[in-house]
Design a protein around this ligand. Structure first.
Ligand code: OGA
Ligand code: NI
Length: 319
C-alpha cells in the first residue's frame, strides 16, 4: 500500500486492457493465447477475459444483491463490522475517514469463502437471498481461477502440478465494494493506491469508470468492457514467478454522478501455506528475488510501521 495521494487524478488517459478470449484456451490457438497472457502479466499485471462462461444471470443477480445490501439501513450493515482480519465477515465504511490526507469514499463487505460450509452461517442474513447469490457466484470464480492458474503456470513454462494441488484447498476472499457518488470527487479516492495480496484477483465491475492502474509511471483509467472480467496479478504471483509477472499498483476514483459497485474475488494458497518463488524460475541469471512469505507475515506487516513506508511486496524483497 502506498500513501501518495490523489494528485493528477483527472488526466484523461484511458487504457484498453489486453483481452484474453478464454475460448481460445480450448482451441488450437492455445499456445498463442498463452503468449498473450504472459505478455499481459509482464507488461501490465492486468488483463480482461471474455468468453469466461459465467452465466449472465449469475452476474446480474450477484450485482443486484450487492446493491441491495448497501441499501440496507446502516444499523443492519453495522452488525457485520469487525477489525479482525481473519473474521468470516467484515463490513466497513471509510466514509469521511481521513487517511493520510485523502478522504476515502467506499463501503465494503468482505466475505471469507473458505471453508464455505463453516463460514456461511456468519455471512449476512439479509437480504434474504444474499448467501445463495454470492455462493453461486463464488463457486464460478473458484472454477475460473483454477482455469486461469493452469494457463498461467503453463505460460511461465512450468509443469507444476504441486502448486495447482495446493490451490484445491486455497483461500478465497470476496470483496464487495460500493463507491457512492461523490459531490467532490477531486478531493477523494474510492481506494488509495495498493496492490492485491493473493495470486490473482478476478474483478467484476458495473459500467461506471473508476479503476485506474499504474502503467509506465502514469495513472491510466481502465475502460470497462461489458460482459468481461478484469484479472490482475497479486503479490503472491509476483513472488511465485520470481518477479516475472507484476503485481501492479491500482486505485479507484469516485464519480460525481453515479455510484459504482465492484466485486473482487481474491484467491491464494491456504492461509497457513508458504508462498515462495518457484525453484524452476531461479537460476544464476535470475537469482531468487523474494523471501518466503505467508498470511501471518502479511498480518504482521499490516500492523507494523513498515507499512507506512513500503508495500508488502517491497517488504518481501531480497536485497
Ligand atoms: C480491490 C480493488 C478495484 C475496483 O478491491 O482491491 O482494487 O475497481 N478494487 O473496485
Ligand atoms: Ni485491489
Amino acid at each position: 500500500m502506498e500513501t501518495n495521494g490523489g494528485e493528477g487524478k483527472n488526466n484523461k488517459l484511458n487504457l484498453e486492457l489486453p483481452i484474453i478470449d478464454l475460448s481460445d484456451l480450448q482451441s488450437n490457438n492455445r499456445s498463442q493465447t498463452l503468449k498473450s497472457l504472459a505478455k499481459a502479466c509482464e507488461e501490465y499485471g492486468f488483463f480482461q477475459v471474455t468468453n469466461h462462461g459465467i452465466p449472465c444471470d449469475i452476474i446480474s443477480s450477484v450485482m443486484d444483491v450487492s446493491r441491495r445490501f448497501f441499501e440496507l439501513p446502516f444499523e443492519e450493515r453495522a452488525k457485520y463490522m469487525s477489525t479482525d482480519m481473519r473474521a468470516a465477515v467484515r463490513y466497513g465504511t471509510s466514509f469521511n475517514q481521513n487517511i493520510d490526507g485523502i478522504f476515502c469514499w467506499r463501503d465494503f463487505l468482505k466475505l471469507n469463502c473458505h471453508p464455505l460450509l463453516d463460514l456461511l452461517p456468519y455471512w449476512p442474513s439479509t437480504p434474504i437471498d444474499l448467501r445463495e447469490k454470492i455462493v453461486s457466484y463464488a463457486k464460478h470464480m473458484e472454477t475460473l481461477f483454477f482455469m486461469l492458474m493452469k494457463a498461467i503456470i503453463e505460460s511461465l513454462g512450468l509443469a507444476d502440478e504441486d502448486i495447482l494441488n495446493e490451490f484445491e484447498d486455497g483461500s478465497q476472499l470476496m470483496v464487495i465494494n460500493c463507491y457512492p457518488w461523490c459531490p467532490e470527487p477531486d478531493l477523494t479516492l474510492g481506494i488509495p493506491p495498493h496492490s492485491d495480496y493473493g495470486f490473482l484477483t478476478l474483478l467484476l465491475q458495473d459500467s461506471i469508470q473508476g479503476l485506474q492502474i499504474m502503467s509506465k509511471g502514469e495513472w491510466v483509467t481502465i475502460e470497462p468492457l461489458h460482459g468481461s472480467l478484469v484479472i490482475n496479478v497479486g503479490d503472491h504471483l509476483e513472488i511465485f514467478s520470481n518477479g516475472r509477472y507484476k503485481s501492479v499498483l491500482h486505485r479507484v476514483l469516485v464519480n460525481p454522478t453515479n455510484s459504482r459497485i465492484s466485486i473482487a474475488s481474491l484467491h491464494s494458497l491456504p492461509f497457513e501455506n508458504i508462498v515462495r518463488p518457484s525453484p524452476q524460475l531461479i537460476n544464476e541469471e535470475n537469482p531468487r528475488r523474494f523471501k518466503d512469505t505467508d498470511f501471518a507475515a502479511f498480518l504482521e506487516y499490516i500492523s507494523s510501521i513498515e507499512h507506512k513506508s513500503k508495500s508488502f511486496l517491497e517488504s518481501r524483497k531480497l536485497t
